[in-house]
Structure formats: C-alpha cells, structure tokens
Design a protein around this ligand. Structure first.
Ligand code: SAM
Length: 214
C-alpha cells in the first residue's frame, strides 16, 4: 500500500500545532461533549489520533481507520501501555472498503475530507454517513468556508492554500478551494445540529460540524 504520509506523517501534529496555535487540536475534540460512555465512535483517517484517544478516555468504543501505516504506527505508540475501558481498535484500511454500515453513534472526519478531489469527497461523505447508525452523527472538523468581507475571505483563502499546497506536494492531497461541508451534509439529508468555530489571526479559521442522520 502506497504510504503518502510516510514523510509528513511524523511531523503532522507538530505542524498543525504551530500553523494554528493549537486551534486545530481544539477543533478536533470540540464535539466530544456529545459522546457518552459505551458509544461506538469511528475515526476515519485518524492520523496521530489525539481526538480518538480523548474519545476512548470518555469510555467510548473507539475504532480508528487509516490508510497510512506510518500514521498508525505513531498512533499505536501513543496508546501503548495506556488503559481504556474499551481497548481502541486499529484498522489499517482504505475507509471506502470499511463496510460496518449503520453501526456507529459517531463517525468523525477531522481534517480528512479535505485530502480528496471534489468528486471523491462526495463519495467519501456518502460512505461515512452510511457507516453511522440511524439517528447517529457525523462530525466534520476542517477549515471554515471563507466568509465575511472581501479582505477577510482573501486572507482565509490564502491561509487555506498555504496548507493545501504543502500537503499537495508532501502527501499528494487534492488541490481545491475550501469545500462547503455543511451544504454537502445537507444534500445527503443530514441535519446540522451544532457548529463550533475556532479563530486564529483575527478571523475564523476552523469549524467543527455535528450533523445527525434522519
Ligand atoms: C490530513 S490527515 C488528518 C489526520 C487526522 N484526522 C488529524 O486531524 O490529525 C489525513 C489522514 O487521512 C488518511 N487517509 C487518506 N486517505 C484515506 C483513505 N482513503 N482511507 C483511510 N485513511 C485515509 C491519511 O493517511 C492521513 O492520516
């Protein structure tokens, strides 16, 4: 399996920390207060997985899926020797072949959907929704859709494209504008229940969206 995160994977969380002054980490766990003990929580494209570890600390049954063996090795090192009420299940697989449909209370896509092309992101989002239970939730944490005045939008776009270009080069992510995840979730019949925003450098940069399945 081609591991696109072999080089940048070990640096990922450190880069996210300095690029956002810690706001990316806050965004990734923003909806954790909805998680209850014994809930089934899936993290798609988990990466180094601080969000998954915090969910496990809340007593959830956590499954993490990632295509990158090097990312998962970092995650495994982080949880080595740790005790959780329910041990975390680690799956090395393409999320599109992970077929435990209708079984999850929460499906997380933190800074995951932005790696895909526009065509693929629709396919992946539909798949993530199918993995959630009826009345279950999908959580998307990512770059906010640029909003406000022209100058504000310009800076939000520049901020996004700096990150996108780095990951295009280093991990072969897709090159694209910021996606409107709320609109896409609604197109699939999801109801937006909560949105929490995170500011950095005088403006909103990231948000976490909690959407519920009908
Ligand atoms: C931009 S990183 C985000 C990681 C993590 N969610 C975070 O917020 O720190 C994207 C992650 O998605 C993984 N990934 C990319 N395509 C994938 C796929 N088709 N199935 C599963 N994981 C995938 C990558 O290996 C990488 O770990």
């Amino acid at each position: 399996m081609n591991d696109k995160y072999k080089v940048i994977g070990p640096l990922y969380d450190f880069l996210a920390m300095i690029f956002s002054a810690g706001q990316i980490d806050k965004c990734k766990t923003a909806m954790h207060d909805y998680i209850k003990p014994d809930d089934k929580v899936l993290f798609a494209g988990v990466g180094q997985g601080i969000d998954a570890i915090e969910a496990a600390e809340l007593g959830a049954h956590v499954t993490v899926v990632d295509l990158s063996e090097s990312m998962l090795n970092i995650f495994r090192k982080r949880i080595k020797g740790r005790y959780f009420t329910h041990p975390i299940r680690v799956v090395h697989q393409d999320i599109l072949t992970f077929d435990e449909y209708g079984q999850h209370d929460f499906v997380y896509a933190n800074f995951f959907l932005n790696v895909f092309t526009r065509e693929m992101v629709t396919k992946v989002m539909e798949h993530l929704i199918a993995l959630a239970k009826s009345k279950g939730h999908v959580v998307v944490g990512d770059f906010s859709l640029p909003s406000g005045g022209a100058v504000s939008q310009l800076f939000q776009n520049i901020y996004w494209y700096i990150a996108d270009i780095i990951f295009c080069v280093m991990a072969k992510n897709a090159f694209h504008p910021v996606y409107d995840y709320q609109a896409q979730l609604r197109q699939f019949g999801m109801e937006i229940k909560d949105v929490r925003s995170f500011r950095f450098l005088f403006d909103e940069r990231y948000y976490s969206i909690l959407a519920q399945k009908g």
